[in-house]
Design a protein around this ligand. Structure first.
Ligand code: ADP
Ligand code: MG
Length: 241
């Protein structure tokens, strides 16, 4: 489980971006963070793998305060996927996927087998794609490799920051479908950022709406759509459809 306890974040000289955020992402669930641009979604997510530190409050993963956990160990257990995948251009698809397991000492044959499994799971036939270079793939295919790479270390947690946002609508929908399937098979605990209400509703077990530095509403998709908690929620969810 991922837990935020009274988390506040203020960047030097700026106003508070997050004010007293308390939120739990239950084991095996996918919680979507949604909210307008600049509402602190990425900031909240980056506190989990300690790309940034909170101004006050604490973040807990697996019952441990992340501030007390070795960063390398922490990140080994947390896959991170962002909008621009950042595949290494000089490595093949398979080498990109195998990168982390190769650093952590997983034997070559075993990590190759796992890479091929994950590529197949992401809809990329290994025989056709494993030896290609990233530039030989479409944006959607690169994003699939990015997800396979994040899963290659078998992390218990996944942080996904607008992973599908740069894709065209058809590719995005295909990837969403595949991801829903994958989520069922793998059972990771997932924090997922999007600004797209439709995507949030399709993927989320629960949705957390951020606005003005606080949680405006947290609940199952149905509840947010049909029972907005306040004017902010009504206007954000209404305007976005
Ligand atoms: P979102 O992901 O919801 O669009 P962000 O978390 O990226 O929002 O940003 C929230 C606010 O924090 C924005 O006003 C942004 O400018 C500010 N911010 C984010 N990261 C930094 C940083 N490293 N330094 C200063 N300000 C930042
Ligand atoms: Mg963001």
């Amino acid at each position: 489980m991922i837990e935020f306890r009274e988390v506040t974040k203020q960047f030097a000289g700026g106003p508070p971006v997050l004010s007293g955020i308390t939120l739990a992402v239950p084991e095996g669930e996918l919680v979507v963070l949604i909210g307008p641009s600049g509402s602190g979604k990425s900031t909240l997510m980056r506190l989990v793998n300690r790309l940034i530190e909170p101004t006050s409050g604490s973040v807990w993963v697996d019952g441990r305060d992340v501030a007390e956990v070795d960063v390398v160990e922490l990140r080994r257990n947390i896959g991170y996927v962002i909008q621009s995948v950042g595949l290494f251009p000089h490595l093949t698809v398979a080498q990109n996927v195998e990168l982390v397991p190769s650093i952590t000492g997983v034997p070559a044959a075993q990590r190759r087998r796992r890479a091929e499994e994950l590529l197949a799971l992401m809809g990329l036939e290994p025989a056709a794609y494993a030896e290609r270079y990233p530039r030989q793939l479409s944006g959607g295919q690169q994003q699939r490799v990015g997800i396979a790479r994040a899963l290659a270390a078998d992390p218990a947690y996944l942080l996904m920051d607008e992973p599908f946002s740069a894709l065209d609508p058809i590719t995005r929908e295909g990837l969403q479908d595949q991801f829903i399937q994958l989520k069922r098979d793998l059972g990771q605990t997932i924090l997922f950022v999007t600004h797209d209400v439709e995507e949030a509703v399709r993927l989320g077990d629960r949705i957390c709406l951020l606005g003005d530095g606080v949680i405006q509403q947290f609940g199952p998709p149905d509840e947010l759509l049909h029972r907005p908690a306040n004017g902010f929620a009504a206007s954000f969810l209404g305007d976005s459809r």
